[in-house]
Design a protein around this ligand. Structure first.
Ligand SMILES: [Fe+2]
Length: 152
């Protein structure tokens, strides 16, 4: 296994997780309206999950002899819930992609493979959950649309 390559990939992942901490917290701050009660907490939980992953990955980078990055990418933000969820879906999908790429560099290191697979599973859960939320949003707006046309 090429330690330098894996540290580089893990730092790319860490940068993504730091972005998640800020992006999800911002969504938690900005979400308003009736659904704030539900989604603000959900976004802050996701920020905590990103922080948890950042901590695991940062510790692993040091164990492999590297220095964890303190940088993050620009965040995506919105005042619209559906758009916030779309950003979240894209964020989680990118995380799945990055952890999958890191797994491709593990070769025969079983412990590192299991370490990354554990997190990958959580990232895929995120994709699944948000996909379902967005599906519900679409059907709700379809219901809202037909109610509005009945009222008119
Ligand atoms: Fe994560």
């Amino acid at each position: 296994m090429d330690n330098l390559k894996i540290v580089e990939k893990l730092n790319q992942i860490l940068r993504h997780e730091w972005t998640g901490v800020a992006q999800y917290a911002q969504a938690g701050f900005l979400v308003t309206g009736l659904w704030r009660e539900v989604f603000s907490g959900m976004f802050f939980d996701s920020a905590k999950e990103s922080f948890g992953h950042a901590r695991l990955v940062g510790d692993k980078i040091v164990a492999l002899g590297g220095v964890p990055t303190v940088e993050r990418a620009p965040i995506r933000q919105s005042h619209q819930l559906a758009e916030m969820l779309q950003h979240a879906l894209e964020f989680e999908s990118k995380a799945v992609q990055l952890y999958t790429e890191a797994l491709g560099l593990c070769e025969d290191d079983r412990a590192l493979t299991v370490f990354l697979e554990d997190i990958l599973k959580q990232e895929q859960d995120g994709v699944d959950q948000i996909s379902k939320l967005l599906r519900q949003q679409e059907s709700q707006s379809a219901v809202g649309g037909s109610a509005a046309s009945q009222a008119g």
